[in-house]
Structures are given as structure tokens and as C-alpha cells.
Design a protein around this ligand. Structure first.
Ligand code: FES
Length: 67
């Protein structure tokens, strides 16, 4: 199914990019230029990221002391 009609990008292409490590909308824009023309696909791109991209985790400092 086409997600971005303007750039002819499908959900399969976006899922594949996510599987290969793209985890932000900015990265998908860089890969496919999705959302740069009319912008109607932005909500769908976000939804695919929410469904298939791993959640972004904050970097925590772990202490090795006390073990
Ligand atoms: S549908 Fe993606 S920019 Fe128009």
C-alpha cells in the first residue's frame, strides 16, 4: 500500500527501512523524502514508526561500583 503518494513510497519500503535501523521520522525523510511535498503522509509515517520501530531509550549511566 502506498503511504506517500507524492514520492511513491509503500509501507513495505518503510518497514524495511525500519528493520534496517531507521527509527525516526527524520531518517525516513532522508531515505525517501516522505512528507516533503503535501505532508499528508506524515501521520501514517508516524504510525508505522510507532508500530515497528523500537522505542527510543534514554542513555543511562550505570554504576559498576557496589557489585
Ligand atoms: S503523500 Fe507524502 S508528501 Fe504527499
Amino acid at each position: 500500500m502506498y503511504i506517500c503518494i507524492c514520492k511513491a513510497v509503500t509501507d513495505g519500503q518503510i518497514r524495511e527501512a525500519i528493520n534496517q535501523g531507521a527509527c525516526t521520522r527524520k531518517q525516513l525523510i532522508q531515505c525517501f523524502s516522505v512528507g516533503r511535498d503535501c505532508g499528508k503522509c506524515n501521520a501514517d509515517v508516524r504510525e508505522l514508526l510507532n508500530l515497528y520501530a523500537p522505542p527510543v531509550q534514554s542513555v543511562r549511566q550505570t554504576s559498576t561500583r557496589g557489585n
